[in-house]
Design a protein around this ligand. Sequence first.
Ligand code: FES
Ligand SMILES: [Fe+2]
Length: 338
Amino acid sequence: MTTIEDRRRERRADRDGFPHQAYPSGWFHIAWTQELSAGQVMPLHYFGRDLVLYRANSGEARVFDAACPHRGADLGRSGVVHGDDLACGNHGWCWNAQGRNVWIPRSERVETQMLLRRWPVREQSGLIFLWHDEAGGDPTWEPPIVPQAADPRYFPAYPEGAMKRTLDFPPHLVGENNADMAHLEFIHEWDRDHTLVTWEENGPHLHTKFSGTITTRRGKARVEVAGDSWGVGIVRAELDHLRSTVQMLCPIPVDRRTTDLRMSVWVARPPGGAPDAEPDALARSIYSAQIREVADLDAGKDGTIWANMIYVDRPPYAREEAKVFTSYRRWLTQFYAY
Ligand code: FES
Ligand SMILES: [Fe+2]
């Protein structure tokens, strides 16, 4: 008997229609600031590799390859922060901010030529980002700031508006939503009269705006969604429906088939509320609605579609959608080395 799992596996095999084999280049969200206190060490597995994230006592968040160059212990699981350095739990060799060996217990020498690979990191707006480049190159652009994260008129995204799920689909499907106007009607209950207002490509940044209406029991309400993508790993949507809301949707490849999706939602506080009040009922209902729209595999929304679709490299576009879709896929190729 063919089970749903079997069918999913077959569909995954079909996804080889995606024309790129490389992992995408760009910035990817790996943790929230508040998850990592000074001295804390966290094992990560992204881009098919074991990595270690730690926060030095100076406050800086750093990522290195996890395998200790001495005899290969996993620093994510055995590493300990010593002041500004990371010490391996196996034999105590110490690695500094640049990944250089700076101390070997009971030895008068250090192996200055021995280097742990350091990955570029940025931390801003309460989010920690990692730069990945297939050829190991340095960052060529910067991840965006989220102004609402520093705005006291918004609830902080972490912890209630923050969500992480490990999902069974590749990361590029998330950003393609920005170009997919026709699905707004069928997945997100917009009326048919929606239009594309803006399409602006600026290197790794793509800005779009859709406008339309949603019919509720109380009549038609105007909706606008401003979508911004920075590479494959950062997709931001600004919604102004019930209350001003900013959502960051950040997929990162775990391996060839699996994606970690982190969502951060900043919702405006109600006017006149105390500046340190907990998120109110409407904010909480927006958090759960956003999770349902994108990350819930059984809600019949984006997440359900993404987890079960195959990648059609040359779709038979309707004339009205062809330009936007082909523009999106052309823009996307810049993040894949091959
Ligand atoms: S394996 Fe890390 S110090 Fe020996
Ligand atoms: Fe969607």
